[in-house]
Design a protein around this ligand. Structure first.
Ligand SMILES: [Cu+2]
Length: 196
C-alpha cells in the first residue's frame, strides 16, 4: 500500500465519520477557526534630540544637535522629540521651503504641544531636514533662557543611512553657512535605519 493511498483512506474515513456523525458535523465545521496569519505588529519608537547653544557647550557660535546620530528599525514609526535651548534666530527667506513641515504622518509638527504646518521664516532657529525621507521640521527660536519642544511622527520605510542637515544658516561666517553647518556632530548627522 503506498503512502498516498493511506492518506486518501484516512481522509475518506474522516469524511465518513463526520458525515455519519450526530448531525452537528456542519456546526462543528463552522465553528472551527481557520489559521490566520497576523502581520508583525507595527513598531513605534521614541527618539529625542537636544539642540544646545555653542555657549552651553563651550564653543560659542557652534550650536549642535545631540545626539547627532541615532538608529531605528526599518518599518518603524518614530516619534521624535527635539528640545531646543537656542534663543537665537537664523531667519530663512520668506519663500524658503524649509519653513514648512513635510514628511510627517500627520502633515504637521507639535510646537510646545500646538500643531503647526509652518514656522514664520523670521522665527526659525534651525531645521531638522532629512532629504532621503522628504522630512523637514522647522525649529522655532526658544524663549530667552528657556526651551521650545518640537515633536513629530514619521515613518522609516527604507533601510540605510540617511543624512540629516540643518537648513537654517545658524553657523559661522558672514553667510551663517560655515562652522557647525558643515561639521558632522553639530548641524549635520545621520539616521541609521536597520534592515528587518
Ligand atoms: Cu542649525
Amino acid at each position: 500500500m503506498n503512502r498516498s493511498f493511506i492518506v486518501k483512506s484516512a481522509l475518506l474515513s474522516a469524511t465518513v465519520f463526520l458525515a455519519a456523525g450526530c448531525g452537528t458535523a456542519a456546526a462543528n465545521g463552522a465553528s472551527s477557526t481557520p489559521a490566520v496569519s497576523h502581520p508583525a505588529a507595527a513598531v513605534t519608537v521614541a527618539r529625542s534630540m537636544t539642540i544646545l547653544t555653542g555657549k552651553m557647550d563651550g564653543k560659542p557660535g557652534w550650536p549642535k544637535y545631540t545626539p547627532s546620530v541615532w538608529a531605528a528599525p526599518q518599518g518603524s514609526t518614530v516619534t521624535l522629540t527635539i528640545v531646543s535651548h537656542d534663543d537665537g534666530t537664523a531667519p530663512l527667506p520668506s519663500n524658503s521651503p524649509y519653513t514648512k513641515v513635510s514628511g510627517t504622518v500627520t502633515g504637521n509638527e507639535l510646537v510646545d504641544g500646538k500643531a503647526v504646518t509652518t514656522v514664520n521664516a523670521q522665527d526659525v532657529a534651525h531645521t531638522f531636514t532629512v532629504p532621503g525621507l522628504n522630512l523637514n521640521l522647522p525649529i522655532p527660536v526658544a524663549p530667552t533662557g528657556g526651551t521650545v519642544t518640537v515633536k513629530a511622527t514619521f515613518k522609516l520605510p527604507k533601510s540605510g543611512t540617511f543624512d540629516w542637515q540643518c537648513e537654517a544658516p545658524c553657523g559661522t561666517g558672514s553667510t551663517g553657512w560655515g562652522g557647525p553647518m558643515i561639521t558632522p556632530g553639530f548641524m549635520e548627522g545621520s539616521i541609521n535605519i536597520t534592515a528587518q
